[in-house]
Design a protein around this ligand. Sequence first.
Ligand SMILES: *Cc1c(COP(=O)(O)O)cnc(C)c1O
Length: 219
Amino acid sequence: MIKENIQDFKSKIPENVTLVAVSKTKPIEDLQEAYDAGQRILGENKIQEMVDKYDALPKDIKWHMIGHLQSNKVKYMAHFVDLIHGVDKLKTLKVINKEAKKHDRVIKVLLQAKIAKEDSKFGLSFNEIDAILTSEEIATLQNIKVVGFMGMATFTEDKEQLKEEFSSLKNFFDTQKSKNSDLEILSMGMSGDYQLAIENGSTMIRVGSSIFGSRNYYE
Ligand SMILES: *Cc1c(COP(=O)(O)O)cnc(C)c1O
């Protein structure tokens, strides 16, 4: 089924939208099946789990870290991670920069914006993002590149609310983009809300359960 699901997604999403297949908690065989179906971008939310899977699978897979980061574990993925989605502190950017430097790499990151009305979600306000992007400090971090933003909407069926949350981040993204040509990725949308996210400007969707089936536990 995984193969069919990947093909189905590839055929229904627009060409300018990138699919991240979120394989967290799933066994290696499932990831291999996605790979065999042509999927080359996989998303994980735990560093150790991603490292184990990286070691076991073909090396042309692009690994995206989509979970909340623990700074002390960044070093384990610094040699291979392709994109880190959920950065919400300048301090974490510094840690990533330091670890990337050890491998002579520039690691791409997305800043996580808080768009959900819920309290539990991580993320920065638009003002905080603006402050980071214009800070003197970020200009000194040569081994990271902020290439866009990531947002998670409220877990709700209310389409108007989702639309409002996604489009607010899209508007902010467009404003920032006009000042900073490095910004090219807007990561919004999961299994339950990716259509609305795409309609409201997403360029990258993170889809887990609609590809791999439901998980036994969440995060
Ligand atoms: C698990 C997860 C996803 C995928 O969720 P699904 O609802 O299974 O598609 C997307 N983004 C983040 C940050 C996640 O943790």
